[in-house]
Design a protein around this ligand. Structure first.
Ligand code: AMP
Ligand code: MG
Length: 429
């Protein structure tokens, strides 16, 4: 396990006082590792969990060549271009009940969708492409069918012995169905990540406390709770912690004992008159960053000693206090780091490109995140406009937004009609 100083030495031009978003993420990728420990659980409990080992298919899916349509199965070599074909049905193959007879030239078998293809037959003509004669024979019009049509191959979805899902995959609804289709009732996943969180600051009120001059109700804990819960981690809520060394120390110690990661908000700005920074430094190996971004410039990261057997300590993310800065830094840094700790090897969702319907002011040399509404333009392409007041404390504009416009480090002003990158929230927050 590396110290912060060792990681810093590996990174070219690391400057905690002026860190780009990309450099901050490169640092975090070295700081955090997947948690140890796996468990085997039923499929209904596995949504959102991360596979700890490959799922190897014990069977082929589908297990046999079968029909994709209701119709008649035949040997396709009898089809002659430009000519109709008349065949005599000699039996019926049902889904779940194969037809066992043999089929001669000039014969066919009535077949249902999903039924096993009778031996020697390789083509299915859909019912609606046939006409039935008085003697019960069927006729297929010329040139409506080719050899192999409407037949699904054995193993088309998955071959026996192949990797159906790789270790590191996040189990989505489709993945759950795939596991079940192999006849497997359980999966082996990484144990759930435990994340503790609390808010700091003397001016922060807990719900239920009477309003007080100069004080604000805690919103960050609820936002962080929601963001963490969407990630599928186990959350440990440690409340609002007042700015007293003994209380802060108790909260950090408890968090480090119980959790793999700790997310706090507030008290990390330079010149803060509170004890949060001091306590972080005292209890662990912690760096205080000034990130070239907006919102969300100050942030603390590191590891607090936890006394756990693996000796890894808990990873600390000390987020700024402003409510929008909390969400933006969570999405930019904490979420990817926690996914890595969860064992996920999944590439992050790509940013989308949308046309800005307004001019945006942007200073090169920092990454800016603006709250935006992405919509479909009349021509079907994506467009985006900003939502309301972009102040870093204005949560209502975050609520209105369905994405963040990401104005990259080197980028300057954006003119009306220029394309910009957008992180769309759907499925993320
Ligand atoms: P700080 O980073 O502690 O200087 O906080 C920056 C701003 O965010 C201040 O205006 C705080 O009142 C506000 N703030 C800090 N923590 C919270 C919180 N948990 N909920 C709502 N606002 C907060
Ligand atoms: Mg404060």
């Amino acid at each position: 396990m590396k110290t912060l100083a060792q990681i810093a030495a590996e990174l070219q031009g690391y400057d905690p006082k002026a860190l780009s978003v990309a450099d901050a993420n490169a640092f975090l990728a070295r700081l955090v590792q997947p948690v140890q420990g796996t468990e085997t659980i039923g499929i209904f409990d596995a949504l959102g969990r991360v596979l700890a080992s490959d799922v190897v298919s014990p069977v082929s899916v589908p297990p046999h060549d079968n029909s994709a349509m209701d119709g008649y199965a035949l040997a396709g070599t009898q089809l002659v271009p430009g000519q109709p074909l008349t065949l005599r049905p000699v039996g019926t193959a049902l889904a779940g009940k194969a037809w066992a007879g043999t089929v001669a030239t000039g014969e066919c078998v009535k077949i249902m969708t999903g039924a096993i293809m009778p031996p020697g037959l390789d083509t299915v003509v859909p019912q609606e492409f046939t006409t039935t004669g008085a003697d019960g024979s069927i006729t297929i019009a010329a040139d409506v069918l080719r050899l192999g049509d409407n037949r699904r191959f054995k193993g088309e979805d998955l071959m026996q012995g192949s990797v159906a899902l790789a270790q590191g995959e996040l189990l989505t609804p489709a993945a759950l169905g795939l596991v079940a289709s192999l006849g497997l009732p359980t999966v082996t996943v990484h144990r759930r990540l435990r994340v503790a969180y609390f808010s700091t600051g003397d001016e922060i009120l807990s719900l239920g406390e009477p309003p007080r001059e100069g004080a604000v109700y805690d919103s960050n804990r609820y936002t962080v709770f929601g963001l963490l819960t969407r990630l599928g981690v186990e959350v440990i809520d440690l409340g609002v912690v007042r700015d007293e060394p003994a209380l802060l120390e108790a909260a950090f110690r408890q968090a480090a004992q119980q959790a793999d990661a700790i997310v706090t908000s507030g008290g990390v700005s330079v010149g803060e008159a509170d004890h949060t920074r001091t306590m972080m430094k005292q209890l662990g190996d912690v760096a205080f960053w000034r990130i070239a971004m907006r919102p969300g410039r100050p942030m603390a990261v590191g590891r607090l000693a936890s006394g756990t057997p693996d000796g890894r300590g808990a990873v600390l993310f000390g987020l700024p206090g402003n409510p929008v800065a909390v969400m933006v830094t969570f999405l930019a840094f904490v979420r990817p780091a926690l996914l890595r700790m969860m064992g996920s090897t999944h590439a992050p969702a790509p940013l989308m490109r949308a046309t800005s319907t307004e001019a945006l002011r942007k200073k090169p040399g920092r990454t800016e995140y603006q709250r935006g509404t992405v919509s479909t333009a009349p021509d079907g392409s994506l467009q985006v406009c900003t939502t309301g007041n972009q102040g870093s404390g204005v949560l209502s504009s975050m609520v209105q937004a369905n994405g963040l416009i990401v104005l990259h480090h080197g980028q300057g002003d954006v003119a009306v009609g220029e394309p910009v990158d957008v992180m769309v929230f759907d499925g993320v927050i």
